[in-house]
Design a protein. Structure first.
Length: 250
């Protein structure tokens, strides 16, 4: 059996103030899967995501990325392999030009010259922003900035792309464009979202995290179509939306 992109086993974590956020989380994501992480506010989603590249630690259980344990010994490699795209692209873009933002991570890892430029061009092409290298990020639309933020992570050639609320604040055209980009990528995707129709459109599989545990794991359409499950975990579809009307992951 090949190593999973991500394997979380018995992960439990409490903050210094005593608040227990995770109570023993277990799941496995295979290479190339697109999986949605769903759950109400306060379920522990952010805490879980911050364990995936070692921003948080000190709890019990284990996290492995492509077979490597997330620990101090492997931290540099883990942070290259797990790319997190934040909800607000302005938290991710801070350089004078798009080129410099996308080059920042690979340059810090030691790439330079033609190899670095090729990495930048390839990442921007993958998100449909190839002609924007010399533009200041703050001159771009919100949707364009989000795509550049994705490119900054893709430039590191990650194993896993973690997206925090990727569809938030996007107009319908930008939302569709981002969906097309995410479908085209050959990386494992973990998408944290409250946008249940977007999760259904993009992710064949979903995890429901509720009160610090995985409450359900299965095909997205089946989970969203289970009214009792949805009510139990404070998840609501838009009024009139029928999950059977969407072809998941197409």
């Amino acid at each position: 059996m090949t190593e999973a992109s991500l394997e979380v086993s018995g992960l439990a974590f409490a903050y210094p103030d005593g608040h227990q956020a995770l109570f023993g989380v277990d799941f496995r994501i295979e290479r190339g899967e697109r999986v949605a992480l769903l759950g109400p506010n306060g379920a522990g989603k952010t805490t879980l995501v911050l364990h995936l590249n070692g921003i948080l630690g000190g709890g019990t259980g284990s996290v492995r990325v492509a077979g490597l344990p997330v620990d101090r010994t492997h931290m540099a490699e883990i942070r290259r392999r797990v790319g997190i795209v934040f909800q607000d692209p302005d938290d991710q873009l801070f350089m004078p030009t798009v080129r410099e933002d996308v080059a920042f991570g690979p340059a810090a890892a030691g790439l330079k010259g033609a190899e670095l430029q090729a990495r930048v061009e390839r990442a921007l092409e993958r998100v449909g922003m190839a002609g924007f290298q010399d533009r200041p990020p703050h001159h771009l639309s919100f949707g364009q900035r989000r795509r550049v933020a994705v490119a900054t992570v893709l430039a590191m050639e990650p194993e896993i792309l973690v997206l925090d609320e990727p569809s938030s604040n996007l107009d319908p055209a930008s939302r569709r464009e981002l969906a097309d980009i995410l479908r085209s990528l050959d990386v494992t995707v973990l998408m944290v979202t409250h946008d249940l129709p977007y999760a259904l459109e993009l992710c064949p599989r979903s995890l429901i995290l509720s009160e610090g545990v995985i409450a359900a794991d299965g095909p997205t359409g089946e989970l969203l179509g289970d009214g009792a499950l949805m009510r139990a975990h404070r998840l609501e579809l838009p009024l009139g939306f029928d999950p059977r009307s969407v072809t998941t992951g197409a």
